[in-house]
Design a protein around this ligand. Structure first.
Ligand SMILES: *Cc1c(COP(=O)(O)O)cnc(C)c1O
Length: 382
């Protein structure tokens, strides 16, 4: 009955089409549904914002993979976060989040929910005393955790933070985008909710945007479901279908992403041009032991600080051929980014600023020898 992860990735919510026997459930590309007499709904479907079978098949799949009873999909990761936060918060409430969370999450809280009356403290999540000091029991309603973090792959203790958050009466949220449910299962570690940008590893092919909220709580699910219906940032049927298609290979992709990233990381350890390699799979990484405990493997993301400074980092980012210079991550194709001017440009001059000699790699599933050769040919010779 309790199937393994990769079996569920292929079968959960994916029953064949009863009308035709089509092995792959079709895309229900429709905005509305015919009623058999007023209020006579077939299968409960009424209108595409309130429900669509293709979206349901994805939501069932997402819930199954994260081990929660309720899954909701949205038009982007940030739309999912917004629906969750507005379900959980009221004006006057307080949020504690990591000081290295995804910049868009910080921007959503500080610039959209802030003016609406939500207060915010960003703290170092590996410092439990700092987290304890920031939590205001009865007022802090959300503790927001992201691990591994971006771009230095900092690892934080989900079970430990879940304990602290719950003791203070806060909802414990984990952004599981970087790990994916294949590598990390936050609900089983005590988190209340998982959010995803399904744009990244879940979709996996850089061809679709989306976001998700997964929880085991009936009460929270009712609120998030209402936000999805009443505010309407739903995932469209084609996007839902593409995301399901991507998820079917999540396990094999993550194994290959992890193996390739490890090989690239090991290649750069002790390299003449490299100052530091940030990859949790290296036993020199400060979060290595924790990552080994709470993750199945170490994932496909790493960053490298170069001895040649900003000039070398920019030159590398602009000279690779297989690694394409682009925002985003988690697709089958390798991407390279220069965080100081790309993903993290908005935090320049703040404590979240990223050093100017750092490049970030989203290591794809190509042949790793080709990836390493590409990075080597692009490294500026000193
Ligand atoms: C990309 C990303 C998001 C935002 O998702 P979108 O799909 O771009 O809206 C949130 N969290 C993390 C960790 C991300 O990488």
């Amino acid at each position: 009955m309790d199937h393994g992860f990769q079996t569920r990735a292929i079968h959960a919510g994916q029953d064949f089409d009863p009308a035709t026997g089509a092995v792959v459930p079709p895309i229900y590309q429709t905005s509305t549904f015919v009623q058999d007499g007023v209020g006579g709904l077939r299968g409960g479907y009424e209108y595409g914002r309130s429900g669509n079978p293709t979206r349901d098949s994805l939501q069932t799949l997402l819930a199954s993979l994260e081990g929660g009873r309720h899954g909701f999909s949205f038009s982007s990761g940030l739309a999912a976060e917004d629906a969750l936060l507005r379900s959980a918060l009221r004006p006057g409430d307080h949020v504690v989040l990591g000081n290295d969370v995804y910049g868009g999450t910080h921007r959503l809280l500080s610039r959209i929910l802030g003016p609406w009356g939500v207060e915010l403290d960003a703290v170092e999540m590996s410092d439990f005393d700092a987290v304890r000091a920031a939590l205001r029991p009865g007022v802090t309603k959300v503790l927001w955790v992201e691990t591994p973090s971006n771009p230095l792959m900092k690892i934080t203790d989900i079970a430990g933070l879940a304990g602290l958050g719950k003791a203070a009466g806060a909802l414990v949220v984990v952004d599981n985008t970087f790990a994916s449910p294949y590598l990390q299962q936050p609900l089983s570690l005590g988190a209340d909710v998982v959010v995803h940008s399904t744009t990244k590893y879940l979709g996996g092919h850089s061809d679709v945007l989306g976001g998700a909220v997964i929880t085991d709580s009936d009460e929270l699910a009712a609120k998030v479901g209402f936000q999805q219906f009443a505010a309407g940032a739903i995932l469209a049927p084609m996007e839902a279908w593409l995301t399901v298609r991507g998820i079917k290979t999540l396990g094999v992709r993550m194994d290959r992403h992890s193996a390739n990233a490890r090989a690239v990381a090991e290649h750069f350890v002790g390299h003449a041009d490299v100052q530091t390699v940030y990859y949790p799979g290296l036993d020199t990484h400060p979060g290595h032991d924790l990552a080994a405990r709470q993750m199945k493997d170490f994932g496909g993301m790493l960053s490298v600080a170069l001895k040649g400074g900003e000039q070398a980092a920019r030159a590398l980012a602009e000279s690779t051929k297989l690694f394409q210079l682009a925002e985003s991550l988690g697709g089958v194709e390798s991407l390279i980014g220069y965080p100081a001017e790309m993903t993290h440009a908005s935090v320049r001059g703040t404590p979240l600023e990223v050093a100017r000699n750092v490049v970030r790699l989203s290591v794809g599933i190509e042949d790793v020898e080709d990836l390493i050769a590409d990075l080597e040919q692009a490294l500026p010779r000193r």
